[in-house]
Design a binder for this molecule. Structure first.
Ligand SMILES: [Zn+2]
Length: 465
């Protein structure tokens, strides 16, 4: 599997720490507002990446955080906590704000067929973990206390500028507007690990710590949650491209200083959503949400289709006309697959051939536009019967999740092993009862999901095709 690695700025082979297992961390939302569809593009891409890895047969252990404290308005640790700000705006408690917008986020995910990662952890549920890491960083001289707050000392981490690939002088110019120089910091890009001297006396969420009552910085939350749930090594870390600096840069600095070794070798970033004026965001222009698209008569899955039709690392241009085009193409596709036969004879060779082609597109830097094109190739292929086409496309849609069929059945990943063993036992029972028709049906059903049963002297085993 090859992916575009921001760390080296090129497409590279994914190298796993443990064969067959992918440990994947994906930054979650800061839940202070509705999600912009530009942000949701990242979650769609991560969803496809996770499902793709499972399609290739990997076990994926994926973790995502929910930021419900500590994310300040400015990346230079200036401004107010975004959750506190929203609480004031809406006359609610911070907890109510976080809960409400977390639910809204997952509602949007459901509409876009984005599966929830197995582990989703709130920043406020892991305070002990951050305190443990910060204590060690202070003990080892990577952090310092100043003005009552704890800061990471970027001068102690020589690789600090590696991920962004930029020099300190360039960064100072590039992010000048965002960095309000905090007088307590030794170096301009030092960042807060723990704040006790909140600039806002009414910060609602606070915890006791060895450095006084306060709250964690945003960056330490992702390191803490990733290390707690996935251990000392990550295989893939994902996020939107604007997280490269400072968020992911800071995550690397504190995690590697804490662990004493490299942490993650594959950093995958997803491009912005642009309109003709540049990056679309919460603060600029019309505030685009999934609900707004629905109000305007768009199917949220047409947006998913649009995202899949472009390469994840590139920026994607959005306009209602473009979305309209995507919706028309998506509907046309659904109408075509609707005509396929749901019963029939499976041409095993064609089925396997197209699954292999699909896997190749996954392995070649998650080429979702080509994965979509393959659906059209299948539909056009005169040598493949209608039922086999149905089964091939159904299998693709376990990854693409475009709800192309009404009664789609997908089994990938975590539950696969249990599922197969249950089916093998069910088939064995059928054979014992001399119900060979049922036994064959179970075998064929598994085959259509890419699972080939092999009957041997010592029982039945299986192979993933
Ligand atoms: Zn993060």
């Amino acid at each position: 599997m090859r992916l575009f690695n921001t760390l080296t700025n090129k497409v590279e082979e994914l190298i796993l720490h443990e064969a067959g297992v992918v440990k994947m961390y994906t930054c979650g939302p800061t839940v202070y507002h509705f999600a912009h569809i530009g942000n949701l593009r990242t979650y769609i891409a991560e969803d496809v990446l996770e499902k793709s890895l499972k399609y290739l047969g990997y076990r994926v252990e994926r973790v995502m955080n929910i930021t419900d404290v500590g994310h300040l308005v400015g990346d230079g640790d200036n401004g107010e906590d975004k959750i506190s700000m929203a609480a004031k705006r809406e006359h609610k408690s911070s907890k109510e704000i976080a809960e409400y917008y977390t639910n809204c986020f997952f509602d949007d995910c459901d509409k876009l067929n984005i599966k929830r990662p197995k582990v989703v952890s709130k920043a406020t549920d892991n305070i002990d973990e951050y305190i443990k890491i910060i204590t060690k960083l202070l003990d080892d001289g990577y952090a310092y206390i100043s003005g009552g707050n704890v800061y990471f000392d970027t001068s102690k981490f020589p690789k600090y500028y590696e991920l962004s690939g930029r020099k300190i002088e360039d960064l100072l110019v590039a992010v000048r507007d965002d960095i309000e120089l905090d007088k307590f910091k030794k170096n301009p890009f030092d960042f807060g690990l723990w704040f006790t001297n909140s600039k806002f006396d009414n910060q609602e969420l606070q915890w006791d710590s060895p450095w006084g009552r306060g709250y964690p910085g945003w960056h330490i939350e992702c390191s803490g949650i990733a290390i707690k749930y996935l251990g000392e090594y990550l295989d893939i870390h994902c996020g939107a491209e604007d997280a490269v600096f400072p968020h992911h840069t800071n995550e690397i600095a504190q995690s590697e200083s804490y662990l004493g070794h490299d942490w993650c070798n594959m950093w995958v970033h997803f491009g912005f959503l642009n309109d003709k004026n540049g990056k679309m965001s919460k603060s600029k222009g019309e505030f685009l949400t999934v609900s707004l698209l629905e109000e305007k008569g768009f199917d949220p899955l047409a947006y998913r289709y649009l995202c899949l039709n472009s390469y994840y690392h590139n920026q994607l241009t959005f306009s209602y006309d473009i979305l309209d085009g995507a919706q028309k193409a998506y509907e046309k596709l659904k109408n075509k697959v609707k005509l396929l036969d749901e019963v029939g004879y499976l041409q095993e060779d064609s089925f396997e051939k197209y699954r292999e082609l699909f896997k190749k597109e996954i392995e070649d830097d998650l080429n979702t536009p080509n994965m979509l094109t393959l659906i059209y190739d299948v539909l056009k292929d005169d040598t493949v019967n209608s039922y086999t086409k149905y089964k091939i496309i159904e299998s693709f849609d376990c990854v693409l999740s475009l709800s192309l069929f009404e009664n789609e059945k997908c089994v990938v990943g975590d539950d696969l092993e249990d599922y197969i063993q249950n089916k093998i036992e069910e088939r064995l029972r059928a054979k014992k009862e001399k119900n060979f028709k049922l036994a064959d049906m179970i075998r064929d059903e598994l085959l259509t999901k890419g699972i080939k049963l092999i009957d041997g002297r010592d029982g039945t085993t299986y192979k993933l095709l």
